[in-house]
Write a protein that binds this ligand. Structure first.
Ligand code: GCO
Length: 463
């Protein structure tokens, strides 16, 4: 048995997001969001599921916070729903929406659970999508107004802020998948405007009355490995790494974009990255912290040099491969979503970020696994596979810390089962099981295990 012990003061949390848990999609003056629209109109979600009710957290937040307390969480990361606060995206505030988040924040604080707030976890107010979404600078302005309101109103109690969750997904990925007509060029342009919005929000936070907290951004990141040792596969690895990781890390931590991708974009599209925007990105450095979401790693290979001659087509075919379900390799383990269990990739990622980005302060803002969760004994879900995953990832994080990585906290995705985007309710990530018929909350073995981890600041692991 190996004892894995974390540094004193390490933060132990869980994460959720507004659309995935709140429900109450049209109650108390909330406006429509992009995801309300997607679920109700696009027909792309498994079983026709929607977030209309989700975990009904909007009405059950007290019960949920009480469970968090029982679990011993020292922090809870959640997102605020922009259209609950500004129903049309800007202008008139919805007091009922503000009251909900006041109550939630106060309830957390009452139990000594630190609220960590994400400003944007993909539920854009629909009227803002209709004027161009993240390809429009008007939307950036609206976001900054929304951000300022949150800082002024909640800043006395919220001391950790995350401007955006996983920009890659709602920009380049959504656009490559054809969610919006602008296509992949629109996706890259949007990713830049999101960085501009992020930088302006950081500026606003530092000027607000309660600027004694910290502000960062959460990126989805993952180590890319070449499928074989061939030069071609290594080249593919390098390109995919720039597209998936560096394109998002560099602008928010260094204030510029990787050149090779900029050049490829400019050869193909009219796309603009004005100098003044780049100065703005630089002006907010160093960023207070980086939030890392990591679940898996990728393995990439191509069969002929031409497959790499156009890196944007390469990206599109890679995205399609992911959506079709990547091929599984003999001898590796995969989650219910088909994602490889890859703790070494997690370790390599943490070391690499620390080295390439100046020992930046990091939090793991999401890590977890979708499991079948179909064995219930004595009223407890027997999810040993989740515990084993979490142990292996936490062991990797612990080793990274021992090797000098500036990692100070860990948040499991997710506190409870919830609406898993286009998989609807068919995939379960929670530590707490939700019976979506009755809204009953049921403990999983992993939740009991996590409570022990928090209690002892570590765990024992079979070697
Ligand atoms: C994410 C998403 C979460 C997902 C989770 C599992 O940030 O990727 O924010 O909303 O539900 O990652 O796929």
């Amino acid at each position: 048995m190996k004892e894995i012990i974390f540094p004193e003061g390490f933060i132990w949390g869980t994460t959720t997001s507004s659309y995935q848990i709140e429900g109450a999609w049209n109650e108390d003056g909330k406006g429509e969001s992009l995801w309300d629209y997607v679920c109700h109109n696009l027909g792309i979600v498994a079983n026709g599921d929607t977030g209309d009710v989700a975990c009904d957290h909007y009405h059950r937040y007290r019960e949920d916070v009480a469970l968090m307390k029982k679990m011993g969480l020292t922090a809870y990361r959640f997102s605020m729903s922009w259209p609950r606060i500004f129903p049309t995206g800007r202008g008139k505030i919805n007091p009922k929406g503000v009251e909900f988040y006041d109550n939630l924040v106060n309830e957390l604080i009452k139990y000594n659970i630190e609220p960590v707030v994400t400003l944007y976890h993909w539920d854009l107010p629909l009227p803002l999508q209709n004027i161009g979404g993240w390809t429009s600078r008007e939307v950036v302005d609206a976001y900054v107004e929304y951000a300022k309101f949150l800082f002024d109103h909640f800043g006395d109690r919220v001391k950790k802020w995350i401007t955006f969750n996983e920009p890659q997904i709602f920009t380049v990925l959504y656009y490559s998948l054809g969610f919006f007509e602008e296509g992949v060029a629109g996706g890259f342009q949007a990713s830049h405007l999101v960085n501009v919005a992020h930088a302006r929000a950081v500026q606003a936070y530092r000027k607000c009355e309660y600027s004694d907290g910290i502000i960062g951004i959460t990126l989805n990141l993952g180590t890319v490995y070449p499928k074989t040792d061939s030069d071609l596969d290594k080249q593919a690895m390098h390109i995919l790494d720039s597209l998936n990781n560096q394109w998002y890390l560099d602008p928010v931590l260094k204030g510029f974009y990787p050149n090779e991708i900029l050049t490829a974009l400019r050869q193909k599209f009219e796309i603009s990255f004005p100098e003044e925007d780049l100065s703005l990105l630089k002006s907010v450095l160093p960023l207070d912290f980086l939030g890392i979401n990591n679940y898996s790693c990728s393995r990439v290979g191509v069969s002929k040099p031409e497959d790499l001659s156009d890196i944007l087509s390469f990206l599109e075919s890679h995205v399609q491969g992911i959506m079709a379900g990547e091929e599984k390799e003999e001898g590796r383990k995969y989650s219910e979503l088909g994602w490889e269990v890859c703790p070494e990739g997690f370790y390599d990622l943490l070391i690499r970020i620390d080295k390439d980005y100046n020992h930046v302060l990091t939090y793991i803002t999401e890590n977890g696994i979708a499991c079948k969760d179909n064995k219930i004994e004595d009223g407890i879900v027997q999810d040993e596979d989740r515990i084993s995953y979490l142990q292996r990832y936490l062991e990797a994080a612990n080793r990274a810390i021992a090797n000098g990585v500036n990692l100070r906290g860990y948040f499991i995705w997710s506190f409870m089962d919830n609406f898993e985007w286009h998989h609807g309710y068919s995939k379960r990530f929670g530590l707490i099981r939700i019976d979506f018929e009755t809204q009953e909350r049921i403990w999983k073995k992993s939740a009991q295990w996590y409570r022990e981890v928090i209690n002892t600041n570590g765990f024992g692991m079979e070697t």
